[in-house]
Design a protein around this ligand. Structure first.
Ligand code: MV4
Length: 460
């Protein structure tokens, strides 16, 4: 049967990503329904959607995580597909299943693959079988302190204990020597149980200064897979990414090898849609960390250097259309940098909700702003603090840095504190300019970056 594009998509998300998905739908002539909480009634995606449905009060669990309310909204409005966006229900297999049971399309991974990649032990075993390099470690779960000590000696120190249901760094504990193993094992299990309701943990050799590099995959239902290069997302704080770049500075041979490995793995998985392989790179070696079975916030930098609209492609793939291009058609051209503009104090990272009195986004050639914000918008205190993303695109990394600096100067947000002052510091820092950073760089430099800002403020 010929695939047919959706006629109406329900967007089960909020903020800048809801707007991004809405824009893709509008360009494809797909009608849109945006569901929202009472706190988001005046939001830009709600205003721009063809229809909107209020699904509950402000707390996420009562609205954006309320599967039944969202499903009812889909039925009432006659949507034929649901886009879960990022976060919220985007990697919830129960929601994906429920969507399918209601004869709706889920614009995301299959429930079975969400489950498989949600269990980090199963994900790692699966990837290893598929030829993706993994970090040496325990075979599976570590059920006892004795086993923890035994495995640690086999792996060699330092070791890292991770939660099977983890991600985002919760339930991770390092042990430098065997004396630290029992406590690390106990704490990791305790945190894992408290955060995920599953106390299973596993163990790996601890990589001390890796870069976080993630590869973007796109697959259709016929088994065609392309890799759209990679992003360096090493600049993060408490596992919250702040600054992302594409491409990462990789030797072309290494990139090609990783691409072909991951394309083959994706094919064998039977994966459909957009997905991301999160990898760690240390001493010229890549290691599998996690697979994200969803669109990611930082998809924009990949779009800039490939010219591919990832949200449209995701919709096409979910509707059963074959890819219209192959790997040969993909070239990584130029350089892109994304700065996350969070409503947070740039010194303390404390959330800064409230009324935005002035909003003037940057513009000009090579500048993209993905944001749902407008002058007069009130940032609600209930959700994550992402106001939007500033993306610069230029032929070279050097030109891209100059452009992001210029664009950060232009950006005006008054009424709430934002990360813009910190992003300016990053764009001027010699280590950033030289691309000389790993996942610990921001944590190590934060006091210095913050002090300089504070000094400037005091002198002003
Ligand atoms: C690691 C690692 C070092 N060695 N695994 C962090 C979240 C979770 N996805 C896995 N994480 C890590 N796994 C081994 N064997 C370091 C991290 C890690 C990290 C990874 C990516 C970006 C930021 C990070 C910050 C701290 C630790």
């Amino acid at each position: 049967m010929e695939p047919k594009l959706f006629s109406k998509v329900l967007i089960a998300n909020r903020g800048e990503i809801a707007l991004r998905i809405l824009r893709a739908c509008q360009e494809l002539n797909i009608r849109t329904v945006v569901v929202h909480s009472t706190a988001d009634s005046d939001s830009m995606p709600v205003r721009l959607a063809d229809e909107s449905v209020c699904i509950g009060p402000a707390p996420s669990r009562d609205s954006y995580l309320n599967m039944r309310a969202i499903m009812s909204a889909a039925e009432i409005t006659g949507a034929d597909a649901i886009h879960p966006g990022v976060g919220f229900l985007s990697e919830n297999s129960d929601f994906a299943r429920m969507t399918q049971e209601h004869s709706l399309h889920f614009i995301g991974a299959s429930p079975d693959l969400i489950d498989k990649m949600g269990d980090k032990i199963i994900a790692k075993v699966t990837m290893k079988k598929l030829g993706v390099p993994t970090i040496s470690g325990s075979k599976g779960e570590i059920p006892s302190e004795e086993e923890a000590l035994k495995q640690a000696e086999l792996i060699g120190f330092p070791i890292l204990i991770k939660a099977a249901s983890g991600g985002g760094g919760k339930g991770m504990k390092v042990a430098q020597n065997k004396e630290e193993v029992p406590q690390a094992w106990r704490l990791a299990r305790h945190e894992a149980l408290a955060n995920f309701g599953n106390d299973q943990v596993y163990m790996e050799r601890y990589l001390q200064a890796p870069r976080h590099i993630e590869f973007q995959i796109l697959a259709d239902a016929a088994g065609h897979v392309v890799c759209l290069g990679e992003r360096d997302c090493s600049i993060q704080r408490n596992h919250q990414k702040i600054w992302e770049e594409a491409p990462a500075l990789l030797p072309e041979r290494l990139r090609k090898k990783m691409e072909s490995t991951l394309i083959r793995a994706t094919q064998k998985l039977g994966y459909v849609g957009v997905g991301t392989f999160e990898m760690l790179l240390e001493d010229g070696q890549f290691y599998f960390m996690e697979m994200n079975t969803r669109l990611q916030v930082e998809h924009t930098v990949t779009e800039m250097i490939t010219g591919v609209d990832l949200v449209k492609e995701q919709i096409f793939a979910a509707a059963g259309f074959p890819l219209t291009f192959s790997q040969r058609d993909i070239t990584l051209k130029g350089h892109a940098i994304e700065c996350r503009i969070n409503a947070e104090d740039p010194n303390t990272f404390f959330p800064s909700p409230g009324l935005i009195k002035t909003y003037h986004p940057s513009g000009g050639p090579g500048v993209r702003v993905d944001s749902h914000v407008y002058s007069g918008y009130s940032v609600p205190p209930y959700y994550d603090s992402l106001l939007g993303k500033l993306i610069a695109y230029a032929p070279s990394r050097e030109a891209c840095l100059a452009k992001i600096r210029r664009a950060l100067q232009e950006f005006v947000v008054e009424g709430v504190a934002t990360l813009i002052p910190l992003q300016k510091k990053l764009a001027d820092h010699p280590d950033i300019i030289q691309a000389n950073y790993d996942i610990h760089w921001l944590g190590r430099h934060l006091t210095q970056l913050v002090e300089e800002q504070e000094n400037k403020r005091l002198l002003a």
